[in-house]
Design a protein around this ligand. Sequence first.
Ligand code: ADP
Length: 307
Amino acid sequence: MAGTMLSIGECMVELMQAEGDMLRKGYAGDSFNTAYYARLFAPTDWAVDYFTAVGTDAVSDEMLAFMESTGIDTSHIARIESRMPGLYMIHLREGERSFSYWRSTSAAKLLAEDPNRLRTAIEAADIAFFSGITLAILSPGAGETLLSELRRAKASGRRVVFDPNIRPRLWDDATRMLTTLEAGARAATMVLPSFDDETMHFGDASVGATIDRYRALGVEEIAVKDGGKGVTLQFEGERLHVPAVPVSRIVDTTSAGDSFNGSFLARLAAGDSPADAAAFAARVAAAVIGHHGALVARQTLAAEGIA
Ligand code: ADP
């Protein structure tokens, strides 16, 4: 059955060291990466829609053109004349990556300023995805606007999916971070947390404890990602472990979680069982961490038997 998946958040310009002082430009961000992998693997009669705000400058035009070239629908994206996209640079020093960010005045921080635009996009979606990074970049008031629209979607029976993606550097206050993440989970019907983050910030002693905590917040569908240890699912009242796919050489773990999220949701949209969708998503994530960059090309994945 045809449908629409919507991802909400910030896509940034990515500058990566190429040769010497040359930089290569790309576009990435957790919610956008998730949309990218959802588009690769969702049924062709599903639309994958991205919601953010960009500027009216040339780099914003190029970013939208890139999104459209991947088949992602950009028609709900706001354009704000006084703002530009955020940007980050990846530094490589002796194989170690570090990041510099210029995002404190990005257009995406204003994505929830027009509640009507947000409502129109969310009401058109069968599955709406957002993350803790989406919440982190918004002012408290704008975050509440987004959450109240998502609560409406949850109340009307749609799937609302939240990846807490905990990034303390993006929050000025640790207590507000934890309470806002809990509010994000309460607005969701499904959460896709990473155990590393959850144990560090919520003190969960085990994957089971993470699942129990989210169930207590009213979330019915849960997939806890645990790197090379695989994923534990809680769906329809049952708990099930799906192993990771062994990777012979890890090249770049960027987007492991995002590629898992996008391909998992794509396969659920196609009607797969949660266990089958998670097994497929584990294959995609394993292939993605065997390559450089957040967005691995369809042909590269196809050459490894993933289609
Ligand atoms: P995040 O990137 O959000 O922290 P994880 O590290 O848990 O998330 O990884 C997400 C998914 O990527 C895992 O569920 C698994 O499928 C895959 N993955 C990550 N690390 C490995 C690994 N070392 N070996 C195989 N698969 C991995």
